[in-house]
Structure formats: structure tokens, C-alpha cells
Write a protein that binds this ligand. Structure first.
Ligand SMILES: C[S@@+](CC[C@H](N)C(=O)[O-])C[C@H]1O[C@@H](n2cnc3c(N)ncnc32)[C@H](O)[C@@H]1O
Length: 562
């Protein structure tokens, strides 16, 4: 009887099954005049089934391992009866001795597979624990790969999988995008380069697994036993483009290729460059790289401090409405106007009536200095704080704060940054000097530039194609296509700060950009920024600006269409 996995169990096992076009392509590519093939975590057996049509003798040539007993039972009969696949083992892939020496009858030496194919389980380190984890890290260590405690299961899985391949053999595996940037993945990439004569990563403009939070690649290793100094990147529009390969010798038909040199791979591994940078048009990249070297182009973090806004523990409770102010007769003494979220910020700078026009109720932050005792508070406020008190507040960890009703770290920044956005993050001048909670980043300029405060120039300078492209490269996209910029990512974003603009010019650009933003015309705002900052300020040509814009649009659309 077929027993479906519950969603919780599927998550625990990292059981997400690979879409058909990807499997077909991977089998076509990996299984050639092949003798033995293995999928070390076969799940529903989709890789094994496809392989069975591709080899002469499935019974002898195909092997599969699956850890989960229910999954194993669900598919065992079909795989045996309909696909003639008999070398199936229900066990932990990291118990390799178990299956190689005992289970699969005539002992097969470890390095005997011509192809290893599949999609390893993605289980985060918080769940991937105990003896399984210990075995996995030990196996990686035996193969001279140190991986940290934070590694997800796929990393040691991949390493172990490579060790089963015989000289000249191939690997075709799905991997999470973390392979290109996670700290613990650096050694995995290094290991892969030292194991294969050719190594390729396929990236997808439309996600392979649209429902997973994490982006995925297909990894192809060819000719085990040699090493390479290069990494081939293929950018594939969507999975159906994989059909263009159709068993051909080379992969050039499936998408745009970029070859990374050792220097570039090192930059990738050390986190200095993000893989996504290599996916943009080479002409765009040239202008982008040159910009980074321009003496008037800085990183955001070298010019400004970035921090998160205050944390109340319960935003609804600590932000009171006009109605609540009336009901409890709250005195303004302990109420602070604030900006609560990005839709309170329609323009380039904050205006009094932005609040009213934002379409939501005006609210004040309850701001009580920590030295004021509860009994010292006005009666109305005491009553309000007691309304909801214990049960609600317990949930929000406010209790660990002393005193719990005093929200700490309320900072006033020079500007706000909307760090979750669709079209791109906006930097907004905080002319009203209001604080904001952690739904916005708080930005403070570090110093005077060129001998004078330059906040307006800094704000205007955010709105260029250069900065918007840079934010796409440094930030990361969330499941629904939003761009998110963590403070650490924001610090790396490039911003052009020319010395030669007059005050009048900066003011003019400031006003014009504000107008564009207020009608939600981001590209219109960028046109003005490009014209003042890049063309006038840095003497960029129109075509250089256009290239940067093209790069921004490409990455933005890629992120939003996934
Ligand atoms: C991402 S799914 C891949 C399934 C299938 N190959 C596919 O791509 O459609 C990962 C599979 O690995 C199995 N698994 C998890 N840990 C394992 C382990 N230690 N050894 C073998 N299989 C494991 C899970 O039960 C799940 O079926």
C-alpha cells in the first residue's frame, strides 16, 4: 500500500523530487557507454527509472540507496517489476561499508561507478544531527575535506558521492545555490575542482524548484581522476531548454556559457564576488568592474553606518493609535512619532503628510526612558500597559528586557533604507528626524565628505543604475522574488560620489528624484540620478549608463520572474 510522506517527514528527509526535464537531461549527459550507475538517495526512483531505459542490463548495472523505509517500500515493487532494478538498498548512504560489502552481494569496490546521479537530501545542520551527521563529517574528513559544523547534509553527501566514481566517470547532481557562496561550501567547491577534468554549474533563470526557498543548480563533473583550474557556468533560461542538449557532445546549446578562471573561482570561494555577477552580460560587467575601481565610487559601508531599527517585541502593542491615545488619555510626553514601514516612505525625503497619505492609521511609539519606574508613569499609561500585559508580552520576549516597557536602542538616522523590495531598495532622507523599527534599516553618514556635510548628495547618489545593479548583485532574492539586503550586504553596495557637482545641481536632482519616486517611477528616478551622478559627476557616457541599467534590469527581472 502506498503511504505518502507527511510534509514534516518530507522536510526532515529533504525529500523534494526532481522535475522530469532535469532528470532526462542529467541521465542523457551522465549515462553514456556506461557500465555501473548509482543514485545514492533515490526517493521515488525517477533517476533510476530513466537510467533503466538507457542501459543494456538494468538488473546488473543500476544501483540505488534510499534511507527512508516508507519511501523505500512505496517504490520498491515498481522499480523491480517494471524497471528491472534489483540492486536497491534501504539504508543510510553514509553506511557505505554496509551496502558495498554486505548487501550488494558480490563485493563491489568503492570506486566502481561510471556515473553517480541524483539529488541529495538538503537537511539543515539544526536537523541533520546525531550519529548520521558524525558519520557524514567523518567520511568527508577521510577524503581530506574539512567541513564545518554548519554544513547542511548535501555537502558531505556530495563529497561521499564523488568518491564512488571510478576514473574517467561522471557526476550529475542537483545542488543548492549555497555551493557558490556558503562559508562551509568553499572546501566542497575546491574538492570538486580537484576531482574532475571538467566541472560545470548550470544556473536557471526560472527556478528548478519554484516552491523551495533556496535556489538550486545542476552540477556536472566529467572525467574523474584529473583536476581543473576552470569552472564553466551555463545560464539556462528554464528547464525545457535542457532538451536542446539531446545527448550531444557539448553543452553549448542549452544556455549562455561563462568560463571562470582560478582567480575568479578564488574570489567566489572567499566571498568577494557573487556568482550572479558572472551571469550578467560581459560588457555590463566590464563597466561595473571599472566603476568599482573609480576613486569616486565607494562602498556604502565605507561612507555610512548601517543598523537595524529598534525592536519592540510587539509592534502592535508598543505603537498606539489615535483612538488608544484618547481612550487611555495618553500624554504626548511618552509618545514618539515614528516611521513604521516602507509604505510610510513614498518619496526621497520624509514629509509631514507622508504619514497621513500612506493609507494606514497613524501610530505613535511608546517611548519610556529606562530609569522611569512603573509607578512613576502617568495613570493612563499604566492602565494601557496593563491591558494586555503578561500573557501577550511573554510571547514576545519583552520580559528579558529591564524594564520591559522601555524599548531600547531607539536611534535617529540620517536616512532609512527599505531593505525588502520588488523593484529595488530605496534610500530616504530622514529630514523629520524620526526613529524606525526593524522593518527598516537605519543609515548614518560616518563623516563629512569633501569638507562638508553631503547627506543630500549621498541620498541622490543612491539612485543610479550602478547602485541598483550593485544592490542586485550583493543582496539576495527571497522565495516570492523580493530583493532583501541584510546590513552586511548593504555595506558592500557601490555608490558613486562625485566631487564636482554644485549645491544647486544636487538640489535639483534631489527634487526631481523625489517627484519620480512619489509616482512610483523608479526608472525615472534612475534616469535623473544617472544623468547627474554618473554622466555629469563621473563623466560616464550614455552608453555606459545604459549598460549598467541593462544589468540592473536583467537581474531584477530574473529575480522577479522566478
Ligand atoms: C532530494 S530527495 C531526492 C529524491 C530523488 N532522487 C529525486 O531527485 O526525485 C532526497 C532523498 O534522500 C533521502 N535520504 C535522506 N537522507 C539519506 C541518507 N542518509 N541516505 C540515503 N538517502 C537519504 C530522502 O528520503 C529523499 O528521498
Amino acid at each position: 500500500v502506498f503511504e505518502p510522506l507527511t510534509p514534516e517527514r518530507a522536510k526532515q528527509l529533504g525529500a523534494y523530487y526532481t522535475p522530469d526535464p532535469a532528470v532526462t537531461f542529467m541521465i542523457q549527459w551522465a549515462v553514456r557507454e556506461t557500465n555501473l550507475v548509482i543514485d545514492p538517495s533515490y526517493g521515488d526512483g525517477v533517476f533510476l527509472k530513466k537510467t533503466s531505459a538507457q542501459v543494456k542490463n538494468p538488473r546488473e548495472q543500476i544501483y540505488g540507496i534510499e534511507f527512508d523505509p516508507i519511501t523505500f517500500q512505496n517504490y520498491e515493487a515498481v522499480l523491480r517489476n517494471d524497471y528491472k532494478i534489483f540492486n536497491l538498498w534501504n539504508g543510510d548512504f553514509f553506511d557505505s561499508d554496509g551496502f558495498f560489502n554486505n548487501h550488494f552481494g558480490p563485493k563491489i569496490p568503492v570506486e566502481s561507478f561510471d556515473a553517480v546521479v541524483g539529488n541529495p537530501p538538503f537537511i539543515r545542520y539544526q536537523t541533520f544531527k546525531g550519529s548520521q551527521r558524525a558519520k557524514a563529517l567523518e567520511r568527508a574528513k577521510q577524503l581530506n575535506v574539512e567541513i564545518s559544523e554548519h554544513a547542511s547534509s548535501w555537502a558531505p553527501f556530495l563529497i561521499h558521492a564523488v568518491s564512488l566514481i571510478k576514473k574517467g566517470g561522471r557526476l550529475a547532481m542537483v545542488t543548492p545555490a549555497e555551493l557558490s557562496y556558503a562559508g562551509y561550501a568553499h572546501n566542497v567547491l575546491k574538492f570538486l575542482l580537484s576531482e574532475f577534468a571538467t566541472l560545470s554549474i548550470l544556473t536557471f533563470q526560472k527556478r528548478l524548484f519554484p516552491n523551495l526557498g533556496e535556489d538550486t543548480f545542476i552540477l556536472l563533473g566529467e572525467n574523474r581522476g584529473q583536476s581543473t583550474q576552470h569552472l564553466n557556468l551555463f545560464d539556462v533560461e528554464n528547464e525545457t531548454h535542457l532538451e536542446k542538449f539531446a545527448g550531444k557532445k557539448c553543452l553549448n546549446h542549452i544556455g549562455k556559457v561563462e568560463v571562470l578562471t582560478q582567480v575568479e573561482i578564488d574570489k567566489l570561494r572567499s566571498g568577494k564576488v557573487r556568482l550572479i555577477e558572472y551571469l550578467i552580460n560581459p560588457h555590463v560587467r566590464t563597466v561595473y568592474k571599472q566603476s568599482a575601481k573609480n576613486e569616486s565610487v565607494k562602498t556604502f559601508g565605507s561612507e555610512a553606518d548601517v543598523s537595524i531599527g529598534y525592536v519592540t517585541g510587539d509592534n502592535n502593542f508598543f505603537h498606539v493609535s489615535e483612538q488608544e491615545i484618547k481612550t487611555y488619555r495618553l500624554s504626548k510626553k511618552y509618545l514618539q512619532p515614528c516611521v513604521r514601514r516602507s509604505n510610510n516612505l513614498p518619496g526621497l525625503f520624509l514629509k509631514e503628510d507622508d504619514w497621513e497619505n500612506s493609507g494606514e492609521e497613524k501610530r505613535w511609539l511608546i517611548r519610556i526612558p529606562s530609569h522611569i519606574s512603573f509607578n512613576g508613569l502617568p495613570k493612563g499609561l499604566q492602565k494601557y500597559l496593563h491591558t494586555d500585559n503578561e500573557q501577550t508580552l511573554k510571547r514576545f520576549k519583552v520580559k528579558s528586557r529591564e524594564p520591559w516597557y522601555s524599548v531600547p536602542h531607539i536611534k535617529i538616522g540620517d536616512a532609512f533604507l527599505t531593505y525588502m523590495s520588488h523593484e529595488g531598495a530605496r534610500l530616504v532622507h530622514n529630514v523629520l528626524e524620526l526613529p524606525a523599527p526593524n522593518s527598516l534599516h537605519v543609515v548614518n553618514l560616518k563623516k563629512m565628505m569633501y569638507g562638508q556635510p553631503y547627506i543630500k548628495l549621498f541620498i541622490v547618489a543612491w539612485y543610479t543604475s550602478l547602485t541598483f545593479l550593485s544592490a542586485e548583485i550583493e543582496g539576495h532574492s527571497l522565495g516570492g522574488g523580493m530583493l532583501k539586503l541584510e546590513p552586511s550586504e548593504l555595506r558592500n553596495v557601490l555608490i558613486a560620489l562625485p566631487k564636482n557637482l554644485t549645491k544647486t545641481e544636487v538640489n535639483k536632482a534631489y527634487k526631481q528624484i523625489d517627484q519620480r519616486l512619489r509616482v512610483r517611477d523608479i526608472e525615472g528616478a534612475l534616469d535623473i540620478g544617472d544623468q547627474f551622478i554618473l554622466e555629469k559627476g563621473l563623466s560616464y557616457s550614455r552608453s555606459e549608463c545604459n549598460l549598467l541599467r541593462q544589468g540592473y534590469r536583467f537581474l531584477r527581472d530574473r529575480r522577479m520572474n522566478r
